[in-house]
Design a protein around this ligand. Structure first.
Ligand code: SF4
Ligand code: SF4
Length: 113
């Protein structure tokens, strides 16, 4: 339980708060088109109307492995991995590090039963 009494959000059994997966916006590159804010269905972004920039306000709401907003960004202003790394490799490391496959198998079995 969290301090608020809410159950922590889990991703295949792993507390979401442990997982480093969220977009980072490069303000200098962002042209303020709002596409990421308008597209993300998880409320990760807020739009700063004064600065005309998208701002990440709920990073832990980002779906692990998703990078739709980065794919759509016309300015290539959104990153999920450090320079020299790739989002795909980073996502694969997360899957391995947290041993997600046994959990996924159990989830599939429950769906079948
Ligand atoms: S899609 Fe890219 S350019 Fe458009 S608001 Fe988001 S970060 Fe900025
Ligand atoms: S990667 Fe997907 S879930 Fe995460 S902020 Fe972008 S659109 Fe939203």
């Amino acid at each position: 339980m969290t301090e608020s009494g809410m159950k922590p959000a889990l991703w295949h059994g792993v507390p979401r708060s442990k997982i480093d997966w969220h977009p980072t916006v490069n303000d200098e590159k962002c042209i303020g088109c709002g596409l990421c804010f308008l597209t993300c269905g998880k409320g990760v972004y807020q739009f700063d109307w004064d600065r005309k920039k998208s701002v990440v306000i709920h990073p832990e709401s980002c779906v692990v492995g998703c990078q739709t907003c980065a794919n759509l960004c016309p300015a290539e202003a959104i990153a999920f991995a450090e320079e020299g790394d790739t989002p795909q490799k980073k996502a694969q490391r997360i899957v391995k590090k947290y041993k997600v496959l046994p959990s996924a198998k159990k989830e599939l079995e429950l769906m079948q039963s």
